[in-house]
Design a binder for this molecule. Structure first.
Ligand SMILES: [Zn+2]
Ligand SMILES: [Zn+2]
Length: 293
């Protein structure tokens, strides 16, 4: 689906992939094996196909990088860019094992309920690498005068970057501005740090944005709608912080609280993820509040 003159959204509705550029192009977001068949079908139908010169990794969570080994095979000429913290993390053997496991578990869920017809092969983890680190203020120049601007937006993870396309006022945020579970609910995903997360959303609000291109689910269109999404996401994080704080002060165990928040927020596409992984992530929310009490 074309979302602006030079931006196309591909993917299965949960794992979003963006192609920026009509001749020379950048792929943003790598998703997971379970989402690749949808991408491959859509890519094959593009006529003409742009020439993909860069792949941008917006953060290193398993649901945003497991597709990278497959994309490296599809687009061997593309230079892979990401935050230095992601570059460091992805070469760790233990991390790679967990990624492989998580990727296969999600594929199994998709296979079992017939969302994919074949179980994907195990990933070639030697291809899970970033070629070059990018940081705040870096610009990626494409032909047709297109520029992509790198903005560091930590708080969801230390390696979270957002990417701004000023010509068309499109902002790609991955999970840095919250995960939309439904039209009404935005999950507060301050897994790294609460204050950094709020600061990042406030920073993003300063960029005139006509289209907010999220890592998962539907995109947000319209200046007011984008600002409204950011406001609701801030509110969701503040509400979650207050709720966790009150429960902890009332003496609830962290395990019980983690479970409660898991049930509240791990819905939609997130419910397909391994429970243990997401319980650990929600546990981060709880401990990020606990350390501030
Ligand atoms: Zn994430
Ligand atoms: Zn995600």
């Amino acid at each position: 689906m074309q979302i602006s003159d030079n931006v196309m959204l591909l993917g299965n509705g949960h794992f979003n992939h963006y192609i920026v550029g009509r001749t020379q192009a950048v792929l943003l977001e790598c998703g997971m094996s379970a989402g690749i068949p949808a991408f491959v079908r859509q890519w094959a139908n593009l006529n003409p196909q742009p020439q993909l010169t860069h792949i941008l990794v917006l953060h290193s969570h398993f649901d945003h990088v497991c597709g990278l080994p497959i994309f490296r095979k599809m687009f061997p000429q593309a230079l892979v860019l990401g935050h230095a913290a992601a570059e460091k993390l992805l070469v760790k053997e233990k991390v790679r094992q967990l990624m492989q496991m998580g990727d296969q578990m999600v594929s199994q869920v998709y296979f079992d309920d017939h969302r994919i017809s074949e179980k994907p092969a195990p990933l070639d983890m030697d291809l899970l690498t970033i070629d070059k680190a990018v940081r705040e203020g870096d610009i990626i120049n494409l032909d047709s005068n297109l520029k992509l601007q790198i903005i560091e937006t930590p708080g969801h993870s230390s390696c979270s970057i957002s990417v701004y396309l000023p010509q068309e006022e499109v902002m790609f945020v991955s999970d840095a501005a919250g995960t939309a579970i439904s039209e009404e609910m935005i999950a507060p995903v301050f897994f790294q740090d609460y204050d950094l997360y709020l600061d990042s959303i406030r920073k993003l609000m300063n960029y005139p944005t006509r289209v907010l291109a999220l890592g998962h689910g539907q995109i947000i269109r319209g200046y007011d709608q984008v600002q409204n999404f950011y406001q609701r996401s801030l509110q969701s994080a503040q509400d979650a912080f207050a709720a966790i704080k009150n429960e902890l002060l009332a003496g609830i165990s962290t395990e019980e609280l983690t479970r409660k928040f898991y049930d509240q927020y791990m819905k939609g596409g997130l419910a397909d993820y391994p429970v243990a992984v997401m319980l650990a992530s929600v546990g981060q929310l709880v401990s990020n509040v606990a350390k501030r009490l």
